[in-house]
Design a protein around this ligand. Structure first.
Ligand code: FAD
Ligand code: DLZ
Ligand code: SF4
Length: 512
């Protein structure tokens, strides 16, 4: 029986479950660069270049071991524009008895694939997406009967299941979480390690030129493309992270500094989310560094929590709550996304820094995404649909399964607290505590009202006042509301007025 294995652009690993019964003497792989996937949102230029180049390199690797790969390039004449049409076209001239595909990672694509069996009149086998530790059935079992689905408890279960940083059934060093040690600002004149960079080879150079021609109206800069595009290169990124950045990853995990995008982060999300690296090898490398004494517990636990905790949790959470999750808007936020999210033209230095780095690199680290860009979107009441679309477009690691829970749940509280127990809202003083952005800013972080005051300051209090009814029953918010009650009411009224003026300027697209 001849089988056709479909490999999507984020399934670039021979360990994918769809390969499990692959017989290279008779079966075939289909991969396609299609307009539908490249434009369902107008992805950042670097994201498209990365995915297409990594797909081409993976196809080359499969061919080199004698696998029959039917690969459609973006500009091939027989490119049909969508995965469904491409598969249909292939079936019209090939005798295939079964299609096998690992479960697509996004709901919209799974819906499309679910229609293939009836549409093509052929057996379609959808296998488990095995780029994660936890099967979806495991998450469902964990979620069953729980009132709240909190990451911390899921993470502890995952530690017990996998044995990472465990001493029997107890966490190594006696604590599950070393977050309190991971909140340092970068010292002045601290010299940062550089990210791993690769020069573009012939395949990547061709893809870059394709992107320049075909996607010139998409957001983002294509110059200085330096991502890994093969598994071997991705393994080098991982190795250099463990050697050079993991030891201080924890300490400076939340830090931000002027003109530095990459910091002590791992930069492996691109490769994990395309299957080029698997989470087990990433965590094994981190744990080995701990065991050899090369990296301290706060860094290794912090890193393992991101991958084994957050990454696994948001993926389970997404499939548990889709499709309804996507349309939620608990805070009834309606304001349009300001133009500076695309241009970086704002006098708020923290936002200008984060947007311009995003434009350049298709990357920003977690605290930039959460506490600068996300925090602003939350405080300014930006429309969740537009904010979600922006995050899906601008980051090269963005796929809906991971982007949506982070944006609608963690950042915007659009799900009313299904993911987070309280909104991650903060005034300018948080940004000042974790960065040196404020010392380069037009605004003054110390001032709460008036022309020079940091907009995050009055927007923060205005946000709390606007949503008082919705938050007043939340025990984690009671301290902040009692502070608000004790504040000078004239000052509070002034902050509300400043927030109002600011939001009107924002809507009118005036410079802020
Ligand atoms: P590191 O800081 O080195 O962390 C290690 C790994 O942990 C990451 O590679 C990632 O796989 C995982 N991880 C860390 N935090 C999270 C998280 N909150 N959710 C899921 N996995 C996590 N991550 C994406 O992979 N794709 C996205 O589209 C995405 N969108 C985000 C949107 C918002 C609003 C926020 C707040 C976070 C988002 N994240 C997303 C999570 C996180 O910001 C990125 O995973 C991280 O910045 C990637 O860089 P890194 O590989 O250097 O991560
Ligand atoms: C992100 C992406 C892009 C830009 N292009 C393609 C493509 O042309 N062909 C393809 O198979 N996959 C692509 N991808 C990744 C898919 O969008 C991804 O598989 C789905 O979003 C499911 O996560
Ligand atoms: Fe951002 Fe306010 Fe600091 Fe300026 S002063 S960088 S707007 S937090």
């Amino acid at each position: 029986m001849t089988k056709l294995v479909i490999i999507l652009g984020d399934q670039l690993n021979t360990q994918m479950s769809s390969f499990e019964h692959f017989d290279k003497t008779q079966d075939c792989v289909l991969m396609a660069e299609v307009k539908q996937e490249a434009t369902y949102v107008k992805h950042h230029k670097k994201k498209i270049a990365f995915v297409f180049s990594a797909m081409r390199h993976f196809a080359k690797q499969l061919k080199s071991v004698g696998i029959n790969v039917n690969y459609t390039h973006y500009n091939d004449e027989e490119n049909k524009g969508s995965l469904t049409k491409q598969v249909e076209y292939f079936l019209s001239s090939n005798d295939i008895e079964q299609i096998i595909i690992s479960q697509p990672a996004e709901y919209r694509l799974l819906e499309e694939v679910n229609a293939w069996s009836d549409g093509f009149g052929i057996d379609v086998l959808i296998t488990e997406d095995n780029r994660f530790f936890a099967k979806q059935s495991y998450f469902e079992q964990w979620a069953k009967g729980r009132k709240q689905l909190r990451m911390e408890y899921f993470y502890r279960e995952m530690r017990k299941q996998t044995g990472y940083l465990m001493n029997g059934d107890k966490p190594i060093d006696g604590k599950w979480n070393f977050d309190a040690d991971n909140r340092n600002k970068l010292p002045k004149n601290h010299s940062l390690p550089q990210p791993t960079k690769f020069a573009a080879d012939k395949i990547t150079a061709e893809v870059i030129s394709l992107v320049q021609t075909e996607f010139s109206d998409h957001f983002g800069d294509i110059n200085d493309f330096h991502y890994a595009t093969t598994r071997q290169e991705a393994l080098v990124v991982l190795h250099e992270f463990v050697q050079e950045r993991l030891p201080l990853f924890g300490t400076y995990q939340d830090a931000m500094t002027q003109n530095e995008a990459w910091m002590y982060h791992s930069h492996v999300s691109f490769y994990l989310n395309t299957g080029m690296l698997l989470p087990k090898e990433v965590l094994d490398a981190a744990q080995a560094a701990y065991e050899k004494g090369d990296a301290p517990i706060n860094s290794v636990e912090g890193f393992i929590r991101q991958v084994l905790g957050w990454r696994e949790y948001v993926r389970g959470f997404y499939w548990h709550l889709m499709p309804d999750y996507k349309s939620q808007n608990f805070l009834e936020a309606k304001r349009a996304l300001p133009a500076f999210f695309w241009t970086s033209d704002t006098q708020m230095n923290c936002l200008s820094q984060c947007v311009s780095q995003t434009k350049q690199n298709a990357y920003a680290h977690h605290i930039q995404r959460l506490m600068v860009l996300g925090n602003f979107a939350l405080l300014a009441g930006l429309d969740p649909e537009q904010v979600n679309e922006w995050y899906l477009i601008v980051y090269a690691d963005a796929y809906e399964w991971v982007e949506l829970p982070n944006v609608s749940g963690m950042v915007l509280f659009a799900d009313g607290g299904q993911l987070a127990s309280k909104p991650y809202a903060a005034s300018g003083s948080y940004i000042n505590k974790m960065s040196d952005y404020c010392s380069h800013c037009h605004y003054s972080v110390k001032e709460k009202t008036g022309h020079q005051a940091c907009p995050f300051n009055y927007l923060y209090w205005d946000f709390l006042i606007r949503h008082k009814e919705k938050f007043k029953g939340n025990p984690r918010m009671s301290m902040i509301y009692s502070t608000l009650n004790k504040m000078d009411q004239q000052k509070v009224a002034q902050m509300q007025e400043d927030a109002h003026t600011f939001l009107i300027k924002l809507e009118a697209n005036e410079e802020v």
